[in-house]
Design a protein around this ligand. Sequence first.
Ligand code: XBP
Ligand code: MG
Length: 252
Amino acid sequence: MSRVKALIFDVDGTLADTERDGHRVAFNKAFAEAGLDWEWSVELYGELLAVTGGKERIRFYLDKYNAEFQRPGNFDEFVAGLHAAKTTFYTRLLSDGEIPLRPGVERLLREAREQGIRLAIATTTTPENVSALLTYTLSESAVDWFEVIGAGDVVPAKKPAPDIFHYVLEAMNLAPEECVAFEDSRNGILSSREARLATIVTINDYTRDDDFTDAAIVLDQLGEPDRPFKVLQGDARGHHLVDVAMIRMLVG
Ligand code: XBP
Ligand code: MG
């Protein structure tokens, strides 16, 4: 019997390409609404992605790129307020149908469910963002496809720390050997590998040059029957799309 019992998905960059045209745009709207002249360009945002978590990213931006900004006395509240506004703008973008799932994601989720493989999410993003993405790209009930949604501040240390994967594994009562993680970034794979999870990587424009030394395989995307993946690292042994059979081939 196969030892793969569950698939654990990252969200941003993995389920959907959310960063450049989603989160980034929502941050900029929140800054403008607050009367700030901060504008995160596509290029700058790539550098800010070094830090996961939206509130953490705002602080990182001020520390590294805007140190002259006069911080208000209630700085924690100020950051939290900006971030809450950003979440509102972001979920609105999702509800407008601006951001689709990446190729192969829905296909794989449906196949895994049919085969009784359990599903979970491990992400640094805010829980509301996960529900909105699943609701508007799949259906209202798609949130329930996932047994555990580990998201945001539920653990204090975000990726690259392994805590969010530990949280999910514990909630599912599974060992890392029984699960496979899906990630798109260096911070993601550092987190999943530290939690001892075999990890399948699908890159995106922001992460194509990241170091994925420890991945089970690195692909451009999960693949569809009419759109095979490209292998960037590792051996797909004749497979053209990531399905349950390929996952078992890779990790047992
Ligand atoms: C993505 C992140 C998040 C999002 C923004 O990480 O780092 O911070 O960019 O979301 P992952 P919030 O790929 O692990 O999901 O603003 O809600 O933090
Ligand atoms: Mg990611």
